[in-house]
Each structure stands twice: as structure tokens, then as C-alpha cells.
Design a protein around this ligand. Structure first.
Ligand SMILES: [Zn+2]
Length: 363
């Protein structure tokens, strides 16, 4: 990275280090509105809130309102009043209507579940005291970050040492140990020997991954192993059928990853972009063919769609992608990279034609 600055630029990091935090009075009013909107869950002290709740004095909800509500909840979570749990929105939109009904993407995507930790959250004095302390801690860490930047730029502190201090986290739940590595910052460049501190960081395991259910696929297609299924279709004529298959896979087979060419209609038109509305999780990730080599394994069910020219390399990469379910759509005339004179459709195993899938799905 190259950092070019002069003294007048310091106003930018200074303002970033002193974020605007909601005042006690407005924050408390927002919390009351959120609390009023609650819907109880099964467990004690646990409820969902409506992120579009409007505090007295505002005309209605907006994107900005949702953001301030979210900030208020974060502030309260940091102050120890509550724990926030996000869950995918349960309102599934199965209509053809592409207009989002919520004012904000946050509100569309997720329901916020609140687990209360304190009983005194509706007492203004208790609220004010806890929130003020938390706000002070936030501002304090802002000041510390600015100080680190000044040490690095003005007092020439070693860069990797500064970064390691900045990003280290001593949280008991998710400790992050940052290892130092420097490719030659101004401090080291003039030094005769460069200290090398690098050691491979220990990865903390990720818990609580739910495995993808492929039952709905297996019921319809017991003879097709879902881990790599080449499906052949005519891209020019079968656009509607393709969309129908995608909708079914997203709605019924938990497909959450769709990989297409960057300029594909699936990535660029509302029909394709709004597929997430059919997903039980409310989330569909769009990827491009340029990312075929990224994330060789994630536990997401996936569809890859080739619409025109497919290169041999792309076919190889698509085969290597490791997913619990991976449906790959190829144009009918795609050649087999291993037998240039033959078509993939004649040599592929565990494969099907698009119309065959539809015949089974919609029988
Ligand atoms: Zn260095």
C-alpha cells in the first residue's frame, strides 16, 4: 500500500475516530419503540423486534431509521443489556412481484431476535448509565486507533507491530492473535537486518454449521449424485425453463450460490437477482466464473451456469468445485475437453437434460 497524505488530511481520521453515537434521550426512545414492537419467542426473556419500529417524533420508517434502530441495538448489546441473534427472515416471497415491501434490505433479510440480560432496561437512569459507559469505551478505542495511526505515520513506529496491536482481540469467545509480517516498511527498509516474526496463525474452528439438506433432490433424482450433476440445455430457447429450474433449486433444495458469467442476465436482471426471495434462508450469493477457483469448498449448495462459450479450463474447474450439491448447466453443443471431437453430453456420466429434470419435478 502507498499512503500519501499531508497535514490537512488528519481531519479525516480524526472524524472517523469520533463516531456520532446516538444520544441517551433518542436512543432510549428508539429502544422503547423497538420493545413495543416485540413478539415473544418460546423462551423467557427472548423476543423478536421489528427493525422498522418508529420512535415518537418521526413521520415513518426509512432506510436511515432501520440503521439507527440497528445501532441502538448494537449499543445496548455492547452495554450488556441484551444479546442479539439474527435469523433469516421467515417471510418468504413466492409471488412474481419484484418490488421489495420493506424500506430496507436489512429488514427484508433478517429478523432480529433479542435475548434480554437485564431487567432494568426500561428505567431511564439505568439505561443512561450503562449506555454512557459503553459509549465512552467506544470513543476511547477510537482515540486509541487514531493514536496508533499517528505513531505509525508521524513517529515511524514499525508497521507490522502497529497493525498487530490494532487487530489483536482478547475476546474470550473469539480471540484473534495477529501474527506480524512485514515486506519492508519505511522503518525496516533502512535497517540492516529485518526482524522476522512470522508464524502461521492458529485457526479457530467454526462451530454450528448446519449441513445442507439434499433430501428433496434425492427423492426426485435418487440416481443422480448431487455433488456434480452436468445438465444440458439450449441457452437460446430455454431461458424460461432455466429460470424455473433455478427457482425450484433455490426454493426446494436450499441452493444458495449461483455462479454465472458477469454479464449474464441471471446476474443482471430482476428475475435473476430476486431469486433470494424464494430461498428459505433469504440469502442467495451470486458469483462469477472468474471466481471458479475461489473457495473450493464451502458447505453451500450451488448451481453453475454456462451460457455460451465454455473453455476446457472452466469445465475442469467446475468439476473440481467441492459442494454438498453442485448442478452445472452446459449448453448442448459443449465439447468434451478430453475428447475434442465429441460432445460432453455424449460422454458425461451422472448427467441429465434440462427437460428431463422438469418432467420429473413437475410431474
Ligand atoms: Zn516493517
Amino acid at each position: 500500500s502507498l499512503l500519501v497524505y499531508d497535514d490537512s488530511d488528519w481531519s479525516i481520521p480524526k472524524s472517523m475516530a469520533t463516531p456520532t453515537i446516538i444520544s441517551n434521550e433518542l436512543g432510549f426512545a428508539r429502544w422503547r419503540a423497538l420493545y413495543e414492537s416485540r413478539q415473544d419467542c418460546q423462551e423467557d426473556n427472548c423476543f423478536t423486534v421489528n427493525l422498522e419500529a418508529v420512535r415518537p417524533g418521526l413521520p415513518g420508517s426509512s432506510d436511515e431509521n432501520v440503521r439507527w434502530n440497528m445501532r441502538t441495538l448494537h449499543l445496548m448489546s455492547r452495554a450488556g443489556f441484551l444479546i442479539l441473534e439474527l435469523e433469516p427472515s421467515i417471510q418468504r416471497d413466492t409471488s412474481e412481484d419484484t418490488e421489495a415491501s420493506s424500506t430496507s434490505i436489512h429488514a427484508t433479510l433478517a429478523t432480529v431476535r433479542v435475548r434480554l440480560l437485564r431487567e432494568d432496561h426500561l428505567l431511564p437512569d439505568a439505561w443512561e448509565e450503562a449506555i454512557s459507559n459503553s459509549r465512552e469505551r467506544t470513543l476511547e478505542s477510537g482515540r486509541r486507533n487514531l493514536q496508533l495511526m499517528q505513531q505509525m505515520l508521524v513517529h515511524h513506529r514499525e508497521v507490522s507491530e502497529t497493525l498487530a496491536e490494532l487487530y489483536r482481540s482478547r475476546s474470550p469467545q473469539w480471540p484473534v492473535e495477529v501474527t506480524r509480517v512485514c515486506g519492508g516498511c519505511p522503518v525496516d527498509r533502512s535497517a540492516e537486518f529485518r526482524d522476522n516474526y512470522y508464524h502461521v496463525p492458529a485457526a479457530s474452528p467454526i462451530h454450528r454449521i448446519t449441513m445442507v439438506e439434499v433430501d428433496n433432490w434425492m427423492v426426485r433424482f435418487p440416481h443422480l449424485d448431487p455433488r456434480y450433476v452436468p445438465v444440458f440445455y439450449a441457452p437460446q430457447e430455454q431461458k424460461a425453463e432455466l429460470l424455473r429450474l433455478l427457482s425450484w433449486l433455490v426454493a426446494e433444495c436450499n441452493v444458495q450460490e449461483i455462479c454465472t458469467a458477469r454479464d449474464s442476465w441471471i446476474a443482471n436482471t430482476p428475475e435473476g437477482r430476486h431469486l433470494y426471495k424464494r430461498a428459505p434462508s433469504g440469502v442467495v450469493i451470486h458469483r462469477s466464473h472468474h471466481e471458479l477457483e475461489n473457495e473450493p469448498y464451502t458447505p453451500l449448495a450451488r448451481v453453475t451456469i454456462f451460457e455460451s462459450q465454455v473453455t476446457d479450463t472452466q469445465i475442469e474447474l467446475a468439476r473440481l468445485v467441492h459442494r454438498p450439491m453442485h448442478i452445472v448447466l452446459y449448453p448442448l453443443q459443449t465439447h468434451d475437453p478430453n475428447h475434442p471431437s465429441r460432445c460432453l453430453i455424449d460422454t458425461a456420466t451422472n448427467s441429465a437434460r434440462l427437460e428431463q429434470l422438469h418432467a420429473v419435478i413437475h410431474q
